[in-house]
Design a protein around this ligand. Structure first.
Ligand code: ANZ
Ligand code: ZN
Length: 827
């Protein structure tokens, strides 16, 4: 006999699966298909504990479905554009590709060692020209369909990275990457019109309900932020005299509470919006400008904080309430956001806390118009927002809130001063980046023809390859802009001198469609074959971190819908089911450099072996829960794997030969085997992977017990049990399982052994004999199931003829039930 050695096993089977193409799907239509997708990794250096957890979970699903006989697609690739590569290149005076592809080499080796059931023949890199050629092609389809456009707008600007950031990349007012305070800047930028899909992104979530974590759906719903309300127009009073302010357009506000129109006591416009400049009178202009200057240093998050001290400037003008003609002073403040609603509000301090805080700070009137039965907000300082009856509201008086809301919209619509509307928090997706390491935007700017798409046969627009170090350093414009030979070109339309667009695309564009490209990653003639994509997609199981709850998942959903509308694909949701694996913590805290509690995956793998680390990840908790590495025992996992492996060795040395019918074997072990396999299937469907591991451990113990009880390994039930263990372990511990399978005399790979067939007759519950006593004397014996409930046993006992005879007419004082063995009736 040999000793179990994970090193020997990894040596023996390392590289086998890739060579044999074990995980390449047949794609011949002979079997039902399943698509398992892991969020593809960013090549940041090497695999870490977080990858180890996520990929272990996705692998259980993929491997389970293969065993169940599905044709499984489980691809892998690299999200390989992005800032870290560029920053590294600047530091090392190299091209970003160098760092990127070197990291991929390292990381790929680690992934292969980790034994993921991935189809490596489909590996893709978003930074390969063969890939970004089609990213650019897709951009052009969006552009042609009016879904990609340019506009001037104030953008979040990171002064450190010298780049624009999407709202989502600003965390507490600081750059998500470097932590520098974000400022505002006006730039001409490319956008995707995701807002056009806001309603469908919301509605189609009904399909995902129950298959995606509720938390993720809630975050998306909140991000889209649908509010029903009204647009109401307020005329602006002309300013008399030499003040000079020209007549201005009416102010349109967005409000969710048109029922409170009579409670409006002033107006507020976003201080940083142009509207403020249009409205302000000369007298107040200097003050406004000072205020706006201060504002450039404040983030949106801070501005929206409810506890922020209210500040603002009176603009010297008045608007007229369209319902009662009342004059409302117009203010500018930072608590009204320029890019939400219309950037202007009617202020109803009695029923909106921020308005009330502002009114109190500026000494403006407060008028209650919905009587909720609570104290008057003017007195309490607490705005009331609940149900109630309208007061101080002219024709609305006496109505309840809901009726008043509907009536107010009717009135403004009748008078032509507004209309009911729906507003979304969702903004269009800013996709321009002033950085180098991304897909160049395939547009040429011609002084005569305007925006001209690069002709399809000239795609990809390649990134220059001879750029490095300083040339990439952030300068406030794209590094591409300073490479004249690259920028200057001919207009494809008129042939005149023209310039290439110098921005690159947000890397979220790359990841919005990579799961479609996996179907034919090497097709150089088309983005993908529609029929094949429709065959494999949508993805049956997506696995990845909850940090992608909004951006990546929302963008991918948008891409899918837009591509469906363009006739490129035949489905409207990309991911049928989503699993967010938990985090790997150490000592109850996320691993981080600053805490110094990082655990090095490579070191763990060297010490305990791949299988022990994988098994530990899965065994520690249900897949959605966090794993605290300080609480787990990879060495315990390693010991268990050795115990399992020894079963196979025992069978190989003295067991029943492969193919022996198990019929005559130890019945109780056979029952454990079949029950375990049966239950494991249900548990895997419910994603209780950890329980499956626990049950496999029990099966290993039961098998060892049978061997030790005298029968030895020769009992065919032992072979049957050991084969089941190997197949179960193939989901969690591929090297050990493969080696067991070989010891058991089978051809590789155990990954394709097929799920064991369960013999129903072995699932029948075992029974026992329950004794029924009356006044302490045995009156009957009943054959009952081992797991009978107390109630069931009691009623069976009371129904027994012998028992009824012995009780007679005597009243029953007490029934004591000790299921499944005993019932004692006291009379
Ligand atoms: C009057 C009013 C009275 C309002 C009341 C609320 C309560 P949601 O639900 O988030 O869409 N608002 C509109 N545009 C704004 C902006 N650019 N910046 C800050 N606040 C803005 O919120 C809609 C409400 O937020 C609107 O309804 C408006 O205040 C305010 F008792 O109008 B409301
Ligand atoms: Zn031209």
């Amino acid at each position: 006999p040999q000793e179990y050695s994970f090193r020997a096993l990894e040596e023996r089977w390392g590289g086998y699966w890739e060579q044999a193409g074990t995980f390449t799907p047949a794609d011949d239509g002979s079997r039902e298909r399943k698509y398992v997708l892991d969020m593809f990794p960013y090549p940041s250096g090497d695999l870490h504990m977080g990858h180890a957890e996520a990929f272990a979970m996705g692998d259980v699903v993929a491997r389970y479905w293969i065993q169940r006989g599905y044709d499984v697609l489980h691809p892998i690739g690299w999200d390989s554009f992005g800032l870290p590569a560029e920053n590294a290149a600047i530091k090392r005076n190299a091209h970003p590709a160098e760092w990127t592809y070197a990291n991929i080499e390292t990381q790929k080796g680690s992934f292969q060692r980790y034994g993921i059931s991935a189809d490596w023949s489909r590996e893709l890199h978003t930074s390969d020209p063969e890939y970004y050629r089609w990213t650019q092609w897709l951009f052009q389809q969006f552009h042609r369909n009016g879904l990609a456009y340019r506009k001037d707008s104030p953008v979040n600007w990171c002064p450190q990275d010298q780049t624009v950031l999407a709202n989502e990349q600003v965390v507490n007012g600081a750059c998500e990457r470097c932590g520098t305070a974000v400022t505002k800047k006006s730039l001409n930028q490319w956008y995707f019109r995701i807002t056009q899909y806001a309603d469908r992104l919301l509605e189609d979530m009904a399909e995902l309900e129950g298959h995606w974590p509720e938390r993720v759906l809630a975050m998306q719903r909140n991000w889209i932020g649908r509010s029903e309300g009204a647009h109401v127009r307020f005329e602006v009073e002309a300013v008399e005299g030499a003040d000079g302010a020209a007549p201005v357009e009416p102010i349109t506000v967005f409000t969710t509470r048109p029922d409170t129109l009579y409670g409006a006591t002033f107006m507020v416009v976003a201080a940083d919006a142009d509207l403020a400049l249009d409205l302000v009178t000369e007298e107040h202009r200097a003050e406004l400008e000072r205020y706006r200057e201060e504002l450039t240093h404040v983030s949106e998050i801070e501005r929206q904080a409810t506890d922020r001290t209210k500040s603002g400037v009176f603009l010297g003008r008045y608007a007229l309430n369209p319902l009662n003609g009342e004059r409302l002073p117009i203010w500018a403040s930072d608590y009204v956001l320029a890019d939400y609603g219309t950037g202007a509000i009617m202020s109803v301090p009695a029923h909106d806390q921020r308005d009330l805080d502002f009114a109190r700070a500026m000494d403006l009137p407060v008028r209650m118009v919905v009587d909720t039965g609570e104290e008057d907000p003017a007195v309490s300082g607490v705005a009331t927002t609940g149900e109630g009856t309208l007061v101080n509201s002219g024709e609305l008086d006496g109505l309840d809130k809901t009726a008043a809301l509907a009536r107010a919209i009717e009135i403004i619509e009748e008078r032509g001063t507004g209309e009911g509307t729906v507003n979304y928090r969702l903004r269009d997706w800013l996709l321009s980046r002033q950085r180098f390491w991304g897909a160049p935007i395939p547009i040429i700017h011609c002084p005569d023809c305007g925006e001209v798409p690069v002709p399809q046969d000239q795609l990809p627009v390649l990134l220059p390859s001879d750029v490095s170090g300083e040339q990439l350093a952030p300068k406030g414009q794209s590094p591409l802009a300073s490479i004249e030979s690259w920028v200057n070109t001919d207009c494809p339309s008129c042939g005149g001198a023209a310039q290439r667009d110098t921005d690159t695309m947000d890397t979220f564009v790359d990841s919005s469609w990579y799961y479609m490209r996996y179907i034919s990653p090497n097709d150089s003639t088309q983005v993908f074959d529609r029929a094949s994509v429709d065959r494999w997609l949508p993805v049956d199981q997506y696995v990845g971190g909850v940090e992608h709850a909004i951006l990546h998942l929302l963008y991918s959903r948008f891409f899918t819908k837009a591509m469906y509308d363009m006739g490129l694909i035949g489905f409207t949701e990309p991911f049928k089911a989503l699993l967010n694996q938990g985090q790997v913590l150490n000592g109850g805290k996320a691993m981080s450099k600053s805490l110094g509690n990082g655990v090095d995956l490579g070191e763990q793998l060297d010490r305990f072996g791949v299988d022990a680390v994988r098994l530990t990840m899965v065994f520690a908790s249900p897949p959605e829960d966090d794993v605290d590495w300080a609480d787990v025992s990879p060495s315990g996992s390693a010991k268990f794997l050795a115990r399992a492996w020894r079963l196979a060795q025992d069978v190989s040395l003295g067991g029943a030969p492969a193919g022996t019918a198990p019929d005559g074997g130890d019945r109780s072990l056979r029952q454990v085997t079949h029950r375990t396999v049966q239950d494991a299937a249900g548990l895997l469907d419910e994603r209780k992977f950890n329980v499956v591991v626990a049950r496999t451990m029990e099966l290993v113990n039961a098998t060892r017990k049978t061997i030790d009880s005298g029968a030895g390994a020769a009992d065919p039930a032992v072979r049957e049990a050991t084969e089941a263990v190997a197949i179960l372990l193939s989901l969690f511990a591929p090297y050990t399982a493969e080696d067991m399978w070989a010891l058991l005399g089978h051809e590789p790979s155990v990954a394709r052994a097929g799920w064991p067939t369960v013999d129903e007759s072995l699932l029948v519950q075992d029974t026992t004999v329950a004794v029924v006593q009356v006044k302490g004397k045995v009156k009957d014996r009943l054959e009952v199931a081992l797991d009978i409930s107390a109630e069931e046993l009691e009623s069976m006992a009371l129904a027994s003829e012998a028992v009824q005879r012995s009780i007679g007419d005597a009243p029953i004082r007490k029934v004591i039930v000790k299921e499944p063995k005993l019932v004692n009736i006291v009379i």
